[in-house]
Write a protein that binds this ligand. Structure first.
Ligand SMILES: [Zn+2]
Ligand SMILES: [Zn+2]
Length: 330
């Protein structure tokens, strides 16, 4: 069964995808993402691999909600895996700049393809990294979900931005936050003429980083060649700083937030979020009752202290991070 069910209390869709439950356990000595597996080209740098057990798929019934307490509809869309490298044990922070650029270009290409499909409302690009985020496959990879609706967190950001614009002569909320961060500098981490990375004023995750384009853009499709290069560079810097923070591959979610595809909204602003789950060298951050059921986050470091630490942290992949990948098996 693959269907979307309406959560009437939270006003959001839940994907029920029972096929995912029956995913076979990968054999320990075999990785489908490795050259020679028969599932990927013999030679590749980066590669789009179709998700074998997709939550959203092109042959699912169309998304046609009928408002009602027990409404359900089809999860039409697409799910892809983005392979960052043919090297199985490479932590993403050790990926070459050249490969990060190819990854960014692949995200852009796939977003362009989905933008031509009227079934797709939003393209979610993300990476879950590390066992703490539930990743069992160490091979460096991310994912792309093409979704038939605008997910609630993006809707919320959009409505905040619209309210701000209405009250501030049409100004962009994201642009204003960015210019204030650049003026204050206390939470700034890294950046260049195209992008700026900072710890948000009210960061919810430990060592959280927001990465905003300096220009007001909606989606990956609006980036110039120079901006795509700059994006690759700053992602590489942030990932190396993270792994050097505690000396091992930091478990995290890396999320590329784009505006809606079919209804371009001038109030959205292209950005990335890095959401680490490690709150100290030995302790993980769990999303427990207060976060999950009440939506209220507790942080145990100030964003200003964390920004200073991250600013000063050298962007170097520690050798131990690579060894850790070696030992985590295939
Ligand atoms: Zn592999
Ligand atoms: Zn903006």
């Amino acid at each position: 069964m693959n269907e979307l069910r309406w959560h009437a209390l939270l006003q959001q869709w839940v994907v029920v995808s029972t096929a995912r439950q029956n995913r076979p356990q990968m054999p320990a000595d075999w990785c489908p993402f490795d050259p020679g597996s028969g599932r990927v080209p013999e030679n590749y740098d980066v590669y789009i691999y179709p998700n074998d057990f997709p939550a959203f798929s092109p042959d699912a019934p169309p998304f046609a909600p009928e408002p009602g307490l027990f409404d359900k509809t089809g999860p039409r869309g697409a799910c892809d895996v983005v392979l960052y490298s043919p090297e199985h044990t490479l932590p993403p922070s050790a990926l070459s700049l050249e490969n990060w650029r190819k990854v960014v270009d692949l995200w852009t290409l796939r977003t362009r393809e989905h933008s031509e499909n009227p079934d797709i409302a939003l393209v979610a690009v993300f990476e879950n990294c590390g066992e703490a985020v539930g990743v069992t496959m160490p091979h460096p990879h991310g994912q792309i979900y093409a979704m038939p609706f605008i997910p609630p967190m993006v809707q919320r950001e959009l409505s905040s931005a619209r309210l701000f614009a209405d009250a501030n002569g049409g100004d962009c909320l994201f642009c204003r936050l960015l210019s204030e961060e650049l003026r204050m500098q206390t939470r700034f981490v890294a950046g260049d003429e195209h992008f700026a990375a900072f710890v948000p004023f009210a960061a919810r995750f430990p060592a959280e980083i927001a990465l905003y384009s300096r220009r007001h853009l909606w989606t990956l499709l609006d980036l110039t060649d120079a901006e795509r290069q700059s994006l690759a560079e700053i992602i590489s810097v942030v990932r190396r700083k993270y792994d050097n923070l505690y000396g091992f591959m930091l478990p995290l979610m890396m999320v590329v937030k784009q505006g809606p595809l079919q209804l371009p909204d001038e109030h959205y602003h292209f950005h990335l979020q890095f959401l680490p789950l490690q709150r100290s060298p030995t302790k993980l951050k769990y999303l427990a009752s207060i976060e999950t059921a009440y939506g209220t986050f507790l942080a145990d470091t100030t964003p200003e202290e964390m920004a200073k630490t991250l600013r000063e942290c050298e962007p170097v992949t520690p050798a131990s991070s690579i060894r850790q990948m070696d030992h985590s098996g295939s």
